[in-house]
Write a protein that binds this ligand. Structure first.
Ligand code: DGT
Ligand code: CA
Ligand code: ZN
Length: 582
C-alpha cells in the first residue's frame, strides 16, 4: 500500500459520489482527504495502518476509518460497493479527452449514457447536441475523440505493456525446458506503442512450454494453440504470441521476429548479394551459389558479423541507415540508463505532484542520481495548481535550505530550483526575467492554446526557446500517445532555433508522451542540439520512467555525450553557471 493508492482511491470516490449527485460537502471531504494524504509530511501509510490518524486536519472520522481499512487490508468495501453501482462501461468515458465528471454525469442522467458505444450513437443522432451545456461543437468534439480512440484501439503504449511483458518473460524463463526466452517485435525495438508482443523460446520440448504459456492466470483468452506456437489475449486485450524454435534456430528467429520488416528486407537483400538466403530459421546457401556453408549462429552478433556488419542494437533496426552505418563501423555507442546522473523535469506537491521535495529527493538518491531538478507548474497552469511568484520564491528558499542540510549530512546530492514555465499564447513566458533569473534553470512548455495554426505555434515556440533564461524546451509537440495528436508545429524550425540559442530539447519520458519523438533526434544532434532525458515525475515512483526515456533515446541514436543529464554534479553545476554548495 502506498500513499498514492490511498490518495487516488479517495479521489476516485469523490468522482463517483459526484456522479451519484451526493452532497457537495461530502464530496469535498474526500477531495480534501486525498490532498491531505498526498501532502502529509510524515509516514501517512503507517499511521493509517495503525489507525493513528485522529487529529490530522483534513481527515475526518469517516475518512480515518476508511483509510485504516484500506491501509491495513489492502481493499475498501465502501469503494468496491460504490464502483459496483455503476455500469462498467461508464468508466470508459473517463478516458475520453475533454469529458469531465460533470458532463459524464449529465449524459448519464439525462440520456442514460453508460458506454462509449451509446455515447457515439447519441452524438450521431444529434441528441447530445440538444443537451443544455453541450451544443453541436461539443458533440463534434466528443465524436472526434471517440474516433481517435477507435483508430488506436488495437495499439498499446510501451509503458502499459512493459510490466506484463517482463512478468511473462520471467514466467517463461522459469520453465525447465525453456533454454532461451526473449520478447521480439516492436517491443524489443522499443517502439513507443505496440500492436502485439512476440515472444520467442528456444526449446526441444515446444509443447510443454506452449502449454505453460497458455495456462497462466493472466491469460484471458487463448486465440490459437498449435505444436510450436500459440496466441493469447491478456485481460486488457493485448495479444501475445509465443513461437518455439530449436536452440540452433534461435538467433536467426530472434533477428527475424525482432524486425522491423523494412530492416529484415534489407538484411535479406544483403544476404542474397553474398549468395545466401535468410529466413526466420536460418541462413542457407542459395541454390546455385558457390558460397561457403553457413555456420549455425549462437547469437545475432555472429549473424551480423557474418554479413559484414557490426552488431546492430534492436532499437536501431528500422532501416533508417543502421545497416550502412554498421558496415562502415559508424554505429553510435548508445546511451544506457546507468549513464544518467540526474534529471530536470519533476513535480512536487507544490503544484500537481504527489510527493514532497524531500520525498522526491530521497527517491532520486535511491536511484543513484546526484541531482534532481524541481520544475513545478507556473501560475497560468491553474488547473495544475501552478505556483505564483510568492509560492515559487518560497519554494526556492525551501530548496536552498534542503541543499544546506544535504551538505551538512555529507551527501553528494543537490536539488535544483527550476520551474516548468508556461509558454503563453504569444510565446512570452509566465514569469518576468527577474524571477526567472533567481531560478537555477527553466523548462518552458506549452499547456494551453494548442490549436494555433502551425505558423503561429512555430513562432510561439521559437520565441520561447530564444529567450536567454530558457534552459530547455519541455514536451515539444504536446502529444499524448493514443489520446491526443501532436499540435501542428514545424519541428525542424524549432530545432534550428534551439541550436542557435543553445537551448536543450527534452525527451519527456512519461509513457504518455515520449516527446520529442525518437524520429527527430538524429537530426537534432546533427544540428548540435543536446537532449535532456526527463521523467516529468509527478510522484516518486515515476522516476522509473527514466528507463522508458533511455529506451527511446537509444531508438533516436543518442549517445551519452548527446544527453546533458549524463554530466555529473560538478559538471552540470558548471554548465548551469552555478556555484557548488560548500
Ligand atoms: P507491431 O506488432 O505492429 O507493433 O510491430 P512488429 O514489428 O512487432 O510487427 P509484427 O508483430 O507484425 O511482426 C513481428 C516481426 O516479424 C516484424 O517486426 C518483422 C517480422 N515480420 C512479420 N511479417 C513479416 C514479413 O512479411 N516480412 C518480413 N521480412 N518480416 C516480417
Ligand atoms: Ca508485434
Ligand atoms: Zn508539462
Amino acid at each position: 500500500m502506498t500513499r498514492e493508492t490511498l490518495a487516488d482511491t479517495l479521489e476516485e470516490i469523490a468522482l463517483l459520489l459526484e456522479l451519484k449527485g451526493e452532497n457537495p460537502f461530502k464530496i469535498r471531504a474526500y477531495r480534501t482527504g486525498a490532498e491531505t494524504v498526498a501532502q502529509f509530511p510524515g509516514d501517512i501509510v503507517a499511521l493509517a495502518r495503525e489507525g493513528k490518524l485522529s487529529g490530522i486536519k483534513g481527515i475526518g472520522d469517516a475518512l480515518q476509518q476508511k483509510l485504516h481499512e484500506l491501509a491495513s487490508t489492502g481493499s475498501l468495501g465502501f469503494y468496491e460497493k460504490l464502483k459496483a453501482e455503476f455500469p462498467p462501461g461508464l468508466f470508459e468515458l473517463f478516458d475520453l479527452q475533454g469529458l469531465g465528471p460533470k458532463k459524464i454525469k449529465a449524459l448519464h442522467e439525462t440520456l442514460g449514457v453508460d458506454s462509449v458505444a451509446k455515447l457515439k450513437s447519441l452524438c450521431e443522432s444529434g441528441e447530445v447536441a440538444k443537451l443544455p451545456g453541450f451544443g453541436a461543437k461539443t458533440a463534434a468534439k466528443i465524436l472526434e475523440s471517440i474516433a481517435f480512440r477507435e483508430s488506436n484501439a488495437d495499439r498499446f503504449r510501451l509503458g502499459d505493456v512493459a510490466g506484463p511483458v517482463e512478468e511473462i518473460l520471467e514466467c517463461l524463463r522459469d520453465h525447465p525446458e525453456a533454454l532461451r526466452v526473449e520478447a521480439a517485435g516492436s517491443y524489443r525495438r522499443s517502439k513507443e506503442t505496440v500492436h502485439d508482443v512476440d515472444f520467442l523460446v528456444a526449446t526441444s520440448r515446444p509443447e510443454e512450454v506452449i502449454e505453460h504459456f497458455v495456462s497462466q492466470p493472466w491469460v484471458s483468452r487463448v486465440i490459437a494453440k498449435g505444436p510450436t506456437k500459440a496466441s493469447i489475449n491478456l485481460a486488457n486485450g493485448l495479444q501475445c504470441d509465443l513461437r518455439a524454435v530449436s536452440n540452433a534456430e534461435f538467433a536467426c528467429a530472434l533477428a527475424y521476429f525482432t524486425g522491423s520488416k523494412e530492416h529484415n528486407v534489407a538484411m535479406r537483400g544483403r544476404a542474397l548479394e553474398r549468395g545466401y538466403t535468410l529466413n526466420e530459421y536460418r541462413l542457407a546457401v542459395k541454390e546455385g551459389s558457390e558460397a561457403a556453408e553457413a555456420p549455425v549462429f549462437e547469437n545475432e552478433a555472429q549473424l551480423h558479423r557474418f554479413l559484414g556488419l557490426d552488431y546492430i542494437a534492436p532499437e536501431l533496426r528500422e532501416n533508417t541507415g543502421e545497416i550502412e552505418a554498421a558496415e562502415e563501423g559508424d554505429l553510435p555507442r548508445l546511451i544506457e540508463l546507468e549513464n544518467l546522473r540526474g534529471t530536470f523535469h519533476n513535480h512536487s506537491v507544490a503544484s500537481d505532484g504527489r510527493n514532497t521535495l524531500e520525498e522526491m529527493a530521497a527517491a532520486a538518491i535511491e536511484h543513484g542520481l546526484q541531482y534532481l531538478g524541481i520544475a513545478d507548474h507556473s501560475k497560468s497552469s491553474f488547473q495544475a495548481n501552478g505556483l505564483d511568484e510568492t509560492r515559487l520564491r518560497a519554494q526556492i528558499a525551501e530548496i536552498r535550505a534542503l541543499n544546506a542540510r544535504y551538505r551538512d549530512e555529507g551527501l553528494k546530492f543537490r536539488l535544483f530550483a527550476g520551474n516548468e514555465v508556461d509558454i503563453l499564447k504569444d510565446g512570452s513566458l509566465d514569469f518576468d526575467d527577474d524571477l526567472l533569473g533567481e531560478l537555477d534553470y527553466v523548462v518552458a512548455s506549452v499547456h494551453n492554446a494548442m490549436s494555433l495554426s502551425e505558423a503561429a505555434m512555430t513562432e510561439r515556440l521559437i520565441k520561447a526557446v530564444s529567450h536567454p533564461r530558457v534552459t530547455m524546451l519541455g514536451h515539444l509537440t504536446g502529444r499524448l500517445l493514443l489520446e491526443r495528436d501532436p499540435y501542428a508545429v514545424d519541428i525542424p524550425a524549432v530545432i534550428e532555433a534551439c541550436a542557435e540559442h543553445g537551448t536543450v530539447i527534452e525527451l519527456n519520458c512519461s509513457p504518455w508522451r515520449l516527446d520529442m519523438d525518437w524520429r527527430w533526434w538524429k537530426h537534432a544532434v546533427a544540428k548540435g542540439v543536446k537532449c535532456a532525458i526527463n521523467p516529468d515525475a509527478h510522484r516518486t515512483s515515476q522516476l522509473e520512467y527514466l528507463a522508458f526515456g533511455v529506451r527511446l533515446a537509444r531508438k533516436g541514436w543518442l549517445r551519452r555525450e548527446d544527453v546533458i543529464n549524463t554530466l555529473d554534479l560538478a559538471a552540470i553545476e558548471a554548465w548551469l553557471g552555478l556555484k557548488p554548495i560548500t
